[in-house]
Design a protein around this ligand. Structure first.
Ligand SMILES: *Cc1c(COP(=O)(O)O)cnc(C)c1O
Length: 403
């Protein structure tokens, strides 16, 4: 287990070996079909993580102008940067045009008109893909479904003809193809199969082949195992890509892209926190940790469950606790009725699967101090870390492992 004396809690601890293994598996599984992966930077924009990912030859999927800048800064090549989001600001669009990014994933007719106009002003041509709302149910938490008619994302099928015609008639827009993203934390392959059927249908109905389309971007969404991360550190990338290889019916020459976030980084991170207090409740006891929703928002935002372990007392007799944070919100709860070995003030807890949507969602609410990140590797700390260290980013530390 980790011995971490002297490090200020709470902090994010990243296991770079898990990260490297995950990236290798994902790249191998994708290249078996000639698919390309763009890393969805919003999952984790820690500079050490993004630098490592860029070294695997992936592109970057960005959802803000700052993410585009960050991607460029961390070594993602400009010809592999895509930019999605329902609310791209004019400044952000101009900046992406100036950087000549690979493709805008456009989410409305009005946005398309604005990009056309701004490209005209800059005397440049914007490469665009149209994000289509495929109305596919992703069978995940309602806050992370994105591909239903009622969601704000993408262009409705009823507006697609008009958007396509606009693209094809404009000489300032280069129509690249279609983009889809149906949601996140999807562990059942059925929604992805449905997505393929919907894509085939749309491709045919709108005669996309005749438009000279070159890419099909299918977004991300592959889920991870939050209940048992230790025995399921690696998502089944092969099964995921196989679904698409089996069910897509689009022309061979079209490049197929994916935008994976969570599945690449979730399992390499833990949030390490110290128990500040324990107290008796009416029916159960509380464990109050020094980490809160400010360091891991997923439980309060999506009722997400994360595996919690007591690193100080690994094998004691178990009791049930509500594990809660210090923030002044009743939703600041990491888990209710969690079975843990007897837990006392001062114990270190690990909250697992915090590599995605934890550090990147950090809040300053209650004027909380920003938690730091530390990096763990069985071998040497990678040279990447040392490089970043010299540039003044989070310092990698050696954390010794016993057992
Ligand atoms: C968030 C997002 C992704 C990544 O989703 P994951 O579930 O983390 O894989 C991909 N594409 C778009 C457009 C996104 O907004």
């Amino acid at each position: 287990m980790y011995t971490t004396s002297g490090i200020k809690t709470p902090y994010y601890l990243y296991d770079l070996d898990i990260l490297h293994n995950t990236l290798t598996m994902a790249v191998n599984a994708a290249s078996a079909h000639g698919y390309q992966i763009h890393y969805a930077i919003k999952a984790n924009h820690n500079p050490i993580i993004t630098r490592i990912i860029s070294e695997y030859g992936m592109g970057a999927d960005c959802v803000s102008g700052n993410e585009v800048s960050e991607a460029l800064h961390r070594g993602f090549p400009t010809e592999k940067i895509v930019y999605a989001g329902v609310g791209k600001g004019d400044e952000e669009i101009l900046q992406a045009l100036a950087n000549d990014i690979f493709c805008f994933n456009v989410e409305s007719l009005e946005e398309l008109q604005v990009i056309d106009e701004l490209a005209g002003q800059q005397g440049t041509i914007a490469r665009v893909a149209l994000r289509v709302n495929p109305d596919v149910y992703a069978n995940t938490h309602k806050y992370i479904t994105t591909g239903l008619e009622e969601n704000k994302f993408g262009i409705q099928r009823s507006q697609l003809r008009e958007a396509l015609d606009f693209c094809l008639q404009s000489d300032r827009l280069d129509f690249m193809g279609l983009h889809f993203h149906i949601g996140s934390q999807i562990t059942d392959m059925m929604p992805f199969e449905k997505l393929c059927e919907r894509v085939n249908e749309i491709w045919e109905e709108f005669e996309i082949s005749a438009t000279g389309a070159r890419i099909l971007n299918l977004g991300g969404g592959l889920g991870v195992n939050y209940a048992d991360p230790v025995n399921n550190a690696y998502p089944d990338f092969e099964s995921f890509f196989n679904v698409f290889a089996r069910h897509l019916k689009i022309p061979q020459h079209v490049d197929v892209h994916f935008e994976l976030g969570r599945s690449l980084v979730a399992q390499c991170g833990s949030l390490i926190t110290r128990v500040l207090y324990t107290k008796k409740g009416v029916q159960k006891d509380f464990v109050v940790t020094d980490a809160g929703m400010t360091e891991l928002m997923r439980p309060s935002l999506y009722q997400a469950l994360h595996k919690i372990e007591n690193l100080t007392n690994l094998n004691g007799e178990e009791s049930q606790y509500d594990v809660v944070g210090p923030v002044c919100e009743s939703s600041d709860v990491f888990g209710k009725n969690v079975n843990l070995p007897e837990t006392r003030r001062g114990d270190l807890l690990a909250i697992r699967s915090c590599g995605a949507y934890a550090e990147s969602m950090m809040l300053r609410y209650n004027m909380r101090t920003r938690a730091k990140s530390h990096f763990l590797s069985k071998g040497e700390i990678s040279t990447v870390c040392h490089k970043e260290q010299r540039n003044g980013f989070a310092k990698p530390i050696r954390v010794s492992m016993s057992n």
